[in-house]
Design a protein around this ligand. Structure first.
Ligand code: MN
Length: 488
């Protein structure tokens, strides 16, 4: 199953020196390789392109890749030797993501048969080094995948890259709607929106909440009824939130908000959004349930105007399409500090995505301590134990910095009085070092959390975006995170 209708191109490098027979064989082998990879159920279709043998042909395929809307990246492979000065002109103009597959057509050396003809046909071992040199010298971002093309590990690395380039393509025109500005005085959720559009493709728009209120008012009773029927059949609805219950009115208002937000976003091709509990005016309540359900459908979300996290939640959701695990906006809330078992309770006021839920969410209504509005409806659940990653992008003044922390979700105890969805995790390598490193790196209190992805996706993404990445994992020490920051 493909994650989108987009494709990546497979470009085989060579030169004219070899003569027709060898070049025919090169093209045949490359096509067989592409066919084989396409049968391996990778996330995107791979399209074979004719072998490039000169500066002009290389330049042409790079220009075509740039201008083809379906092509979201190119995979390069040197079956034979392709003198790399020929690649300079093409690579200079190429702005689609690049992957270098360092493999060869045959798996094993044919010991009894090998002769110089075989050696001259199958020379990726040095052809790919020559090509790799110029990519490195030109400081082109690339993912180098090494291994036999039929092996699962190699295909998995390609699959990760494909998911990342598909998400990168999605963010080229990512429109993010901010209802209300960033929360006053908050530093880490703010940032340079112009630079974000230049570097990451984010188009960060502001909409007064009144624009949305007009949509809420236009929602019909029939639309509300249909939405309520979805709620009632999907969730475990608390008695007070059921038809006839004392809090049903809050659920009705939540449904009205959701219908309005969906229409608002669809009309404007909006992919991510932020809200601010301080800027609700005529909104009945903070749209918590709508935010949760929109996230579950692939929209990015950030609380209190946090547009960078909203955008990253969207991007990570696109990377994770169809994978098990779920992805959500999250916030570090409070700690459990028993020596040797320190962990962090994650939640938000309301907006945790049900894609991470370990069981059927409960729909309920409780007061919200801040904002001064009516009691909002929300979905309650716990996050299933397992490995995940928490990622963020911060603006450190003259550049963006991405930070990823591997986390281990564990079981929390029952919290009967806590009316929000949550996750309970140990940042790797442990809370002491994980949190210390995160704080030294200037990381956010909001994160994009995913149980579907690994650090490799974030590494590929930061590489393509050309932004700094600090990773905090089981091997992190404070000394090495400080060293990483010094060399960035
Ligand atoms: Mn928050």
């Amino acid at each position: 199953m493909k994650v989108s209708s987009k494709e990546v191109w497979f470009v085989t490098g060579s030169q004219d020196l070899y003569g027709e027979d060898t070049l025919r064989q090169v093209a045949e082998d490359a096509q067989k390789m592409v066919e084989g990879l396409n049968q391996a159920d990778l996330p995107l279709q791979i399209v074979w392109t004719p072998t490039v043998r000169s500066s002009q042909e290389i330049y042409n395929v790079c220009v075509e890749a740039n201008s083809n809307a379906d092509c979201v990246g190119i995979i390069t492979w040197m079956h034979t030797f392709s003198p790399a000065k020929m690649w300079i002109g093409g690579l200079k103009v190429l702005h689609k993501p690049l992957c270098h597959l360092h493999t060869q057509f045959n798996r094993e050396i044919p010991w009894g048969e090998i002769d110089m003809d075989f050696m001259n046909l199958n020379q990726s071992a040095h052809g790919d080094r020559e090509y790799g040199h110029i990519v490195s010298r030109m400081r082109k971002a690339t993912k180098v995948v090494v291994g036999y093309w039929q092996d699962a590990q190699v295909q998995q690395k390609l699959a990760v890259w494909m998911r990342v380039v598909n998400a990168w393509d999605d963010s080229r025109d990512m429109k993010i709607a901010r209802f209300g500005d960033n929360m006053n005085n908050v530093a880490v959720t703010d940032g340079d929106k112009v630079e974000a559009e230049l570097k990451l493709g984010y188009h960060v728009d502001y909409y007064p909440i009144g624009d949305l209120v007009a949509y809420v008012k236009a929602v019909t009773d029939e639309q509300v009824k249909e939405m309520l029927a979805v709620y009632d059949s999907t969730y475990q609805v608390a008695p007070n939130a059921q038809e006839g219950g004392k809090d049903r009115v809050s659920v009705v208002e939540a449904a009205r908000q959701e219908v309005a937000m969906r229409k608002f976003f669809e009309e404007r091709n909006i992919k991510a959004f932020t809200t601010n509990f301080d800027a609700l005016h005529e909104m009945h309540q903070l749209p918590g349930l709508a935010s949760q359900r929109l996230m579950a459908d692939g929209y990015g979300f950030g609380g209190e105007g946090d547009w960078k996290t909203a955008a990253l939640v969207r991007t990570i959701k696109v990377m994770a399409l169809g994978l098990p695990g779920g992805t959500s906006f999250m916030e570090d809330y409070t700690y459990h500090m028993t020596s040797g078992h320190m962990a962090a309770l994650q939640a938000h006021m309301l907006e945790v995505c049900p894609s991470v839920a370990q069981n059927t969410p409960r729909l309920d209504v409780f007061p919200l301590g801040i904002g001064g509005k009516a009691d909002p409806a929300r979905l309650l659940f716990d996050t299933a134990p397992g490995d995940g990653i928490a990622s963020t992008i911060v603006d450190v003044g003259n550049r963006f910095r991405m930070i990823v922390n591997e986390v281990k979700v564990i079981e929390a105890k029952e919290m009967p009085k806590l009316p929000v969805a949550n996750a309970f995790w140990i940042p790797q390598p442990n809370l002491e070092i994980g949190a210390q490193a995160w704080i030294l790196a200037g990381g956010t209190h909001h994160t994009s959390f995913s149980k579907a992805l690994t650090t490799e996706y974030i590494e590929d993404y930061a590489e393509i975006a050309g932004i700094e990445l600090l990773y905090i994992d089981k091997d992190t020490t404070i000394r090495n995170i400080k060293q990483q920051m010094r060399v960035q």
